[in-house]
Design a binder for this molecule. Structure first.
Ligand code: DGY
Length: 326
């Protein structure tokens, strides 16, 4: 009888499909309190053939060097910037991820943040809860006035599946849509422009590009300085793409009107992050894909990828397909 492969799962996955994985391998699921500490992950992965992880688990050289038998990694995320992809590719280790299933949910989050930032929804909620909506502070012509979304121009940075889903929503809101993408794209109703033109012309900018070496710090101080005065910046892609300190300065000076951020350079957000000081910044704790159905679908894809790898087959959703060409 062949020995069952050991697979480590760093968190309980939703959707009820973990038993399928357990049938096919010697599976350990992290049951500890809170997230699995990095050194525990390193120790427990030492004799494993597979890792099923999430975006909070860093898969780097140190971890790989401690796991000489590792044959696959399956992440319950579409983004793989927590994984040293070039190194895993070099070592012939396939990396599974979960594209497609979170597109609409993430685009909804981008729009929720865009609307909330434009119409000061979080600020207004805080005002009411603080008991400040009182007879001496009633409705008035300039009470909580914000920015119109309808008829405004939206610039989408990264016109992949999520960027296109954001464009579909913007169309429904009667927005003009510009986009910049690293490779050429043709999408009806969307005008492709340079990044600089997008920043100069857009009333709202939505970041929907993956974090890679090329896009790290893409919206640096210089690019933020090019944004149309009084515009709104929304980021549901990844921290590290926008220079948060430069954005805070632009908010201080009023050059940027407001922002809606779901992702940050450091997560969880550090208490001294300058964006926390801004009333007009709507903050969310990386909840772009957080619906029950979408999270179950993501978990299902992560399990499908792991099952394929255990069977010695190609993962259906592999982020480094070139490992199969060798
Ligand atoms: C992902 O899957 O990369 C998303 O950021 C999760 O919301």
């Amino acid at each position: 009888m062949t020995e069952r492969k050991k697979v480590l799962v760093t968190s309980a996955l939703p959707g009820g499909r973990l038993p399928e994985l357990e049938e096919r391998c010697d599976m350990t699921v992290w049951q500890g309190e809170g997230p699995m500490p990095a050194d525990t992950l390193r120790d427990q992965l030492a004799d494993c053939s597979g890792l099923v992880c999430t975006l909070i688990n860093r898969v780097d050289r140190q971890l790989l060097d401690a796991a000489p038998n590792l044959q696959f990694v399956s992440s319950m995320s579409v983004g793989v910037d927590h994984i040293d992809l070039p190194l895993l590719t070099e070592r012939g280790i396939p990396v599974g991820h979960t594209p497609g299933v979170l597109v609409d949910t993430t685009a909804d989050t981008a729009f929720a943040l865009l609307l909330a930032a434009a119409r000061r929804v979080a600020e207004a909620d805080r005002f009411v809860r603080a008991g400040l909506w009182r007879p001496e502070n009633p409705w008035s012509p300039d009470f909580f006035v914000g920015k119109d979304v309808s008829g405004a121009t939206l610039g989408i940075i990264g016109l992949g599946e999520i960027g296109q889903a954001v464009a579909r929503r913007a169309e429904g809101f009667g927005m003009r849509i510009l986009a910049w993408n690293r490779s050429p794209r043709e999408v009806p109703g969307v005008q492709m422009v340079s990044l600089e033109e997008l920043l100069l012309r857009s009333d709202f900018v939505s970041v929907n590009v993956a974090l890679t070496a090329e896009t790290r710090n893409l919206l640096d101080a210089e690019h933020i300085g090019m944004m149309k005065p009084g515009s709104v910046l929304v980021n549901t892609a990844r921290g590290g793409i926008v220079d948060e300190a430069a954005l805070a300065e632009a908010l201080d000076s009023g050059a940027v009107y407001a922002a809606g951020f779901d992702v940050f350079e450091q997560e969880p957000l550090s208490t001294d992050n300058p964006l926390l000081a801004h009333e007009r910044v709507v903050l969310a704790p990386h909840i772009g894909s957080a619906t029950t159905l979408t999270r179950a679908r993501m978990a299902a894809l992560a399990i499908d990828n792991a099952l394929a790898a255990l069977d010695g087959e190609r993962m259906p959703h592999c982020a480094n397909r070139s490992v199969y060409d060798i």
